[in-house]
Design a protein around this ligand. Structure first.
Ligand code: ADP
Length: 429
């Protein structure tokens, strides 16, 4: 731990190897998995963590303890680092601008990151670029109540209300069932000082995510577009590539991601979350300028993972190959169960490995709390098998069965881990 070491010194690892030090703001699972990629590149990640128990603080020795809203802490973690990047979007832009003024290389720069922090600015910019987004109305002025009435009536009260800043994993998103509930959400938000944006509720076929990387040199690379499945407003499953997506829509989604990365000046990886409407159109929902849950499949299912690619992009290395290794890869999140099972995580892992030797498990060393993302499972399909509907369903069922087992210690197919069949060889995709 170098929590209080004189940060003006060149970190010892850099002095010895000449390889860069990337500093990441935030010590969550995204930083933990970025550190995993940093190791392979001869680096170790420096993290600004809130606690020694944070997922990334547990695995890197280069930890600065502090707050992402404290400029002095940000300066400490930036000092001597080659570049500063993020595992979340919560750092106030004014503080990042101060770091930039200090001469720190911040990637993505605050001029780009602002569009991932502020849903209202993002919508205005996307509209200005002529990109497809759901109809929206800002509810930030004195006339917010009147604007909501007009917008709600226009859309038959089929609307979604979102906090302009600070939301994640569906927190800060409200789906009122009628006009009264919508008015109530706005009133409560106004009382608490939360600014909202109203958006048309989209009748969608499914949700998609286009992950892209862009280096400071300007090189861009995009992974195959994935389908994401949300439960309770947060991503539960990602299927890569999105099954049955037409070439036309895949190219359109990839083109949008590459164009956004270039025009917003993104450096690093970015997820562009989209809706595929019932009419077969794309609408952009959200931007995340960091490694993202919809890219976790790439750790095992793509030639280059999003975490390595993020490092390559922020360090201005040439980008890696983004092709998929198989016709289908499915990622399923391991969420904390409503009640943590009595069986230990270690024993659950043991049983999963016995039953599914091809499952790639990624655990974040987080405590089990209901609905909390504590890990994920990737199942990479057999590269020799085409991704027809039946095979995609089979791989998805296995990934979800594995993740549910890790959450709840229950097999969704009723399999008994201590029964006779438990001793037979494990199944494969
Ligand atoms: P967060 O920033 O918390 O992830 P999002 O804006 O991505 O919030 O919304 C979370 C989820 O809510 C989306 O993944 C989607 O399932 C649903 N949602 C958001 N906006 C809309 C909309 N305009 N129409 C229909 N569903 C929506």
């Amino acid at each position: 731990m170098t929590a209080d070491s004189p940060s003006s010194l060149v970190p010892p690892a850099v002095a010895r190897t000449g390889l860069p030090t990337v500093a990441m703001i935030g010590g969550g699972q995204l930083a933990r998995m970025t550190h995993q990629a940093a190791i392979a590149l001869g680096q170790r990640l420096r993290v600004l963590a809130a606690s020694v128990d944070d997922p990334a603080a547990l695995v890197t020795s280069d930890v600065v303890l502090g707050s992402h809203t404290d400029l002095a802490d940000l300066r400490r973690v930036a000092n001597g680092a080659t570049v500063v990047t993020f595992d979340h979007e919560g750092v106030p832009v004014e503080l990042l601008e101060a770091l930039v003024a200090d001469g720190v290389d911040v990637a993505p720069p605050p001029t780009a990151l602002i569009y991932a922090q502020n849903k209202s600015m993002m919508r205005a910019r996307l509209a200005q670029m002529g990109l497809p987004i759901p109809a929206f109305a800002d509810l930030d002025g004195d006339d917010a109540t009147a604007v909501l009435e007009t917008f709600g009536t226009q859309h038959d009260w089929q609307i979604v209300l979102k906090a302009v800043t600070g939301g994640y994993d569906g927190r800060g998103v409200w789906m009122p069932t009628d006009a009264d509930e919508a008015r109530d959400v706005l009133a409560r938000a106004q009382e608490s000082g939360t600014v909202l944006v109203a958006e048309q509720k989209v009748a969608m076929r499914r949700e998609l995510s286009a992950m892209v990387a862009r280096s400071s040199f300007g090189q861009g690379a995009v992974w195959p577009v994935v389908e994401t499945v949300q439960r309770n407003g947060q991503c539960a499953v990602a299927i890569a590539p999105a099954p049955g997506l037409s070439d036309h829509l895949a190219q359109a989604a990839e083109g949008i991601a590459l164009r956004l990365a270039a025009e917003l000046g993104v450096i690093g990886v970015m997820a562009v979350e989209m809706f595929e409407t019932l009419d077969g159109e794309l609408l952009i929902n959200e931007l995340a300028m960091r490694p993202h849950n919809s890219g976790h499949w790439s750790m095992d299912g793509a030639v280059t993972s999003q975490f390595e690619q993020h490092l390559r992009a922020v360090l201005d290395y040439p980008l890696g190959d983004t092709r998929a290794r198989a016709s289908v890869t499915v990622m399923a999140n391991i969420l904390g169960a409503a009640q943590a099972p009595e069986m230990s995580m270690d024993e659950r892992l043991h049983h999963l490995m016995a039953r599914m030797p091809d499952a790639h498990v990624h655990l974040y060393a987080k405590g089990e709390r209901p609905e909390r993302k504590i890990g994920h499972v990737n199942i990479v399909g057999d590269p020799a098998r085409p991704a027809d509907q039946a095979y995609v369903a089979q791989v998805r069922e296995r990934a979800e069965r594995a993740a549910t087992w890790m959450s709840t210690a229950q097999w969704t197919d009723g399999w008994d881990p201590h029964g006779e069949s438990a001793t037979t060889t494990g199944e494969l995709a």
